[in-house]
Design a protein around this ligand. Structure first.
Ligand code: SIN
Length: 261
């Protein structure tokens, strides 16, 4: 296995068939995931069982709390082209932060991708935290953001009365690396606890800008058979559209996580 760095974050792990991993490969893959936050494996041929087997490197495969999985594999969601208007992942987010214990890792495997468009962008939230203005860092230290599932609930035809919220720290510490990361997602955060709504809005807008600065980003251009695994504790991602009616079919799986602190 060789490692090729991809940008401010991200690394491609080459010369590896993920269906034939040796015992020695596993700690290298785990460590690369922690070191680079986003790891890429090209030219793989993975069926849903393979994908679930590989996901065990990061934890237990989770069933999405809102979206229904594919037949016989409820843990795997199929992402398809529903048209630009209904493309719901074109915003910066970390996955499922509206849960008490959001998933540690997400695995996204490309079955069929368009020649143009459909890139996924990943932004390092370690860098976003490190570079944040010192005064803002100290005034927000220990503060909580309120995350809600109302957006995904309504997308899936649910009743807004069933929406729920959870509170997570604005800056979370990664439980394995010990590093701090910015942890507010435009998709799911509604406000900052204990701030009035104007101040909360003003600060969130600053933090969202900070979270997605060009210099923290790795842009993944997909080919069929790519598996990308990212660490939701240290990156946010954004799925661009821009492929019209072309086919883009992906399998996505998330793994168990713990309460952010
Ligand atoms: C996602 O946001 O989880 C999916 C990303 C993508 O389709 O590129």
């Amino acid at each position: 296995m060789d490692i090729k760095e991809l940008g401010p974050i991200g690394a491609e792990l080459t010369n590896l068939d993920l269906t034939q991993l040796s015992k020695e490969d596993i700690p290298h893959i785990r460590q690369s995931f922690l070191d680079y936050s986003v790891i890429v494996f090209r030219n793989q041929n993975l069926n849903p069982i393979d994908l679930k087997n590989i996901s065990r490197l990061w934890g237990e495969a989770l069933i999405h709390p809102v979206f229904k999985g594919i037949e016989n594999h409820p843990e795997i969601i199929e992402i398809r082209n529903y048209g630009e208007k209904y493309h719901t992942n074109a915003h910066w987010h970390s996955d499922v932060t509206f849960e008490e214990c959001p998933p540690d890792a997400t695995l996204l495997y490309s079955l069929e991708v368009p020649e143009e468009g459909g890139d996924t962008l990943f932004s390092s939230q370690y860098l976003a935290y490190e570079d944040l203005d010192m005064d803002l860092k100290s005034s927000l230290s220990g503060k909580l953001a309120i995350h809600s599932n109302i957006g995904v609930l309504m997308l899936s035809g649910g009743d807004p009365k069933d929406a729920k919220t959870v509170e997570h720290p604005i800056f979370r510490e990664h439980p394995e690396t010990g590093k701090k990361a910015l942890y507010v997602t435009e998709a799911f955060v509604k406000s900052i606890k204990d701030l009035d709504s104007a101040e909360s809005r003003r600060i969130l807008d600053l933090l969202y800008k900070q979270a997605s600065k060009e210099e923290y980003i790795y842009r993944h251009k997909w080919s069929n058979g790519d598996l990308v695994v990212w660490d939701n504790r240290s990156v946010q991602h954004y799925a661009e559209h821009g492929y019209g009616d072309a086919t883009r079919t992906m399998h996505r799986l998330t793994t168990s996580g713990s309460k952010p602190f």
